[in-house]
Design a protein around this ligand. Structure first.
Ligand code: ZN
Length: 498
């Protein structure tokens, strides 16, 4: 596919200034949010909420300004790709009445507070009215886009532009049809042991930083801090903030760090020419998640990666790892087990947690499922997909923050990220001779360069479907992921015929 080039050099200075202001407001927002989760004392919460609401309002006012629309009309001929993406942001923001945007934001804050209380009570009934309100507002949002084939489409479009509910349903049916049987085959095998012993946190942080540096983290443009829920923020292209949470009893913090560095590399790798336009960041949540998952799982849970890193780990954790050989280590970091909690799920079960949420929120938006019936529907699907019984709301329907804040249409992007990560991995293996051997020597530069060329540098110039097409040679397709999982876990669990 060939598209006209667009690098911002032919932008009207008045348009450049307006886009630059929007970028600055986004960067300020990122900085405030990072600070809120990493540095801010609890007492700062009310003032921070006001400050964030003001920045968000200023951003919205500038984004919907008619002068911006006129300048974008003029730019369509000279900078078509920049004009196209910025025009889309402008048009979507203008379609939604300010009154509805404000109501959604307020209901989101209230919903979050109610959700925290419901979690404390371990009682969905406390949360149900807030959820009902968020679903109602989501449906009103969807009504602002009457041309959509399904009310879920405009909700999904906020996070994964160009993908529809019909496409997600087809994709997820193929995933589910293959993952549920793979999981039941694995469940028939003897349970695997995790590590006996602990991993002191200071040593994990040291080796985590070394791994991050081999991925591309450098102290001149990055920071690593602790956060309760690990995330990455990018207040600037050369100001990447990654976080993790290290736990003495497991290596989950190391994998979370690789995940967040994957997100950071995407933001850091965008073409600097796009920095002062609103196109200088990742294009969608699914594409973003493909980057984090590729580093965390395809690289970070591979035998090749630990061929280099296990000896370094043994030096740091002699008590726990002295007698653990490479095969045992790789088995221990790839244990598959159906569990109740999405964020703790392994590569095989993770997407099933996502499909469950997608099917439920689709039914809520369609109105075929009442919010009051959600816990029972959740439990039934957990049994059907993963074979587990849900003991209470905390371990079921109250575990994720998204619905409380009115974030509906987001969940599918997690599984889209897994699917795309495997497609990109397959394409990278084809393009980079000796990729596995390089990783086994601790050399990650060729993979990082390939990802920058195929994905990162484009920022938001290409739409997600265009980017996927040019990077992988085809549309989003679960075949690569299913083959990867079948081969990897077939070998790890000694399942024949997979
Ligand atoms: Zn992520």
């Amino acid at each position: 596919m060939s598209l006209p080039s667009s690098d911002g050099s032919r932008l009207d200075p008045r348009l450049s200034e307006r886009l630059g202001e929007l970028v600055d407001l986004t960067h300020v927002e990122q900085m405030l949010a990072w600070d809120q989760q990493v540095m801010m004392p609890a007492g700062g919460a009310p003032a921070r909420a006001e400050a964030l609401a003001t920045i968000s309002r200023l951003h919205h006012q500038r984004l919907v300004a008619p002068e911006l629309g006129a300048l974008l009309d003029d730019a369509a001929a000279t900078e078509p790709l920049i004009a196209r993406a910025a025009r889309r942001d402008h048009d979507v923001a203008r379609r939604v009445p300010a009154e509805l945007t404000a109501a959604m934001s307020l209901a989101g804050s209230q919903g979050y507070a109610t959700w925290l209380q419901a979690r404390e009570d371990n009682d969905f009934a406390t949360f149900e009215p807030a959820l009902r309100r968020n679903i109602e507002l989501a449906r009103r949002y969807a009504e602002c886009f009457p041309e959509a084939a399904h009310p879920y489409d405009p909700l999904l479009d906020r996070y994964e532009a160009g993908t529809t509910a019909a496409q997600v349903t087809t994709l997820f049916e193929r995933l589910r049809a293959a993952l549920v049987p793979l999981l039941s085959q694995i469940a028939l095998q003897p349970a695997r042991q995790t590590f006996a012993g602990d991993f002191p946190i200071a040593a994990q942080r040291e080796v985590g930083l070394e791994i991050a540096q081999s991925m591309g983290f450098d102290a001149g443009a990055w920071r690593l801090d602790d956060a309760v829920h690990p995330f990455a923020a990018a207040p600037g292209r050369a100001d990447i903030r990654v976080t993790s949470r290290f736990d003495e009893h497991s290596l989950s913090g190391l994998f979370a760090l690789m995940h967040e560095v994957g997100h950071g590399l995407y933001e850091h790798g965008v073409d600097p020419a796009l920095e002062r336009t609103t196109l200088g960041s990742g294009v969608s949540l699914g594409v973003h998640e493909s980057q984090s998952r590729l580093w965390e799982n395809l690289v970070g849970r591979s035998r090749e990666f630990w061929t280099h890193w296990l000896p370094r780990m043994r030096e740091r954790f002699p008590l726990t790892l002295r007698d653990v050989d490479l095969d045992a280590f790789v088995r221990a970091i790839n244990i598959v087990r159906p569990t109740l909690i999405r964020v703790e799920a392994d590569e095989v079960t993770y997407s099933l947690h996502v499909i469950l949420r997608y099917e439920l929120e689709l039914a809520l938006v369609e109105g075929s499922l009442a919010t009051a019936d959600l816990p029972a529907a959740w439990a039934a699907k957990m049994k059907q997909f993963l074979g587990v019984d849900v003991p209470d709301d905390l371990n079921g329907v109250l575990q994720d923050v998204h619905w409380s804040e009115g974030i509906i249409g987001y969940f599918p992007t997690y599984a889209i990220g897994n699917v795309l990560a495997a497609q990109l991995w397959r394409a990278a293996e084809g393009d980079i001779p000796g990729l596995g051997e390089a990783i086994a020597r601790g050399e990650l530069g060729a993979l990082r360069t390939w990802l920058r060329e195929k994905v990162h540098r484009h920022g938001r110039l290409l739409s997600p479907p265009e980017l996927i097409e040019q990077a992988t040679g085809g549309p989003l397709d679960p075949a690569a992921m299913l083959e990867y999982l079948g081969a990897k876990y077939g070998a790890l669990y000694g399942i024949s015929g997979s």
